[in-house]
Write a protein that binds this ligand. Structure first.
Ligand code: AMP
Length: 283
């Protein structure tokens, strides 16, 4: 497994004639890897001849009062997991090289970036779209894998690659959960043992909404009220949003169907967690 820090070096490998017909599969991450990331890497291993993992905590997708400085890091453990998943190249650029003095370009995906996390975290998806564009230009992947855990991020990236004719196939992978249902996330490391218990309220809320939907309750007003009620039972949980939206457009709805997305963002203590489900899909 090669570890590359330099953009020029990474790009030179990607565009070298020796690459030939070899397909590059790419998994961009912010590190502190877990089984969710591993599922993307394993799928990438199957889909590409060369598997590239990037680890970059992207400062421009963090808001002023967010957790950029405290974001968990453990490179040695990340390398072990990467090696076990068959990664060929780990690309770890520096902030200074990604955003040198004078940097002033951004990529904005308009409507689909606005609701949900886009409303709670202004500018977040501009930061994501910009860094993913840069990484695609550096790594030149044929296929890139993203998790449905970040449902809106995946939608933004699908829109961006289609709108800008980027020659990359985007693959969305299912949410990987802990045995008790908590969606895996690097940010789970922030949770105290009691917060870890409270964090299960997100999954409980998802299950409640799915049960109601399956039993014929399709009114979004009712579904929303019942889903919020589950979270509100947890005293340390503060709802950022609980919303039911069209899974393709993210538009608001009044009546749910199988393609309806339930997306949640909830603060457990100081930690903001997100989760989601599409009502007609398997959990
Ligand atoms: P992050 O390091 O949090 O930026 O995530 C990197 C990639 O891993 C993104 O495409 C995420 O959607 C994906 N990912 C994170 N957590 C999970 C999970 N629990 N299940 C599946 N994919 C995940």
């Amino acid at each position: 497994m090669k570890i590359i820090n330099s953009i020029v070096h990474m790009q030179a490998l990607a565009i070298a004639p020796e690459r030939g017909e070899r397909r590059i599969a790419f998994v961009p991450t912010m590190g502190f890897l877990h089984e969710g990331h591993a599922s993307l890497l394993r799928e990438g291993r199957k889909r590409g001849d060369v598997l590239v993992l990037s680890i970059f905590v992207n400062p421009i997708q963090f808001g002023k009062n967010e957790d950029l400085d405290s974001y968990p890091r453990d490179m040695d453990r990340d390398f072990q997991l990467a090696e076990a998943c068959g990664v060929d190249i780990v690309f770890i650029p520096t902030v200074a090289e990604m955003y040198p003095d004078g940097f002033q370009t951004g990529v904005t995906v308009r409507d689909i970036s606005l609701p949900l996390c886009g409303a709670s975290r202004p500018g977040h998806f501009d930061g994501v779209a910009t860094v993913v564009t840069k990484l695609f230009n550096i790594v030149r992947p044929d296929v890139a894998l993203f998790g449905c855990k970040d449902f809106q991020q995946l939608a933004v990236i699908r829109r961006m690659t289609a709108d800008l004719n980027m020659p990359v196939e985007i693959v969305g992978m299912p949410i990987v959960r802990e045995a008790d249902g908590l969606a895996m996330s690097s940010r789970n490391a922030y949770l105290s043992p009691s917060e870890r218990q409270s964090a299960l309220s997100l999954f409980r809320a998802i299950k409640r909404a799915r049960e109601l939907f399956a039993s014929g309750e399709h009114s979004i007003a009712v579904l929303e009220k019942e889903t919020c009620a589950v979270i509100e039972q947890e005293s340390t949980a503060a709802i950022d949003y609980v919303e039911f939206r069209d899974g393709a457009t993210l538009h608001k709805l009044e009546v749910a169907d199988g393609n309806t997305l339930l997306a949640l963002a909830v603060k457990i203590g100081q930690t903001r967690l997100i989760d989601n489900t599409v009502l007609g899909e398997e959990l």
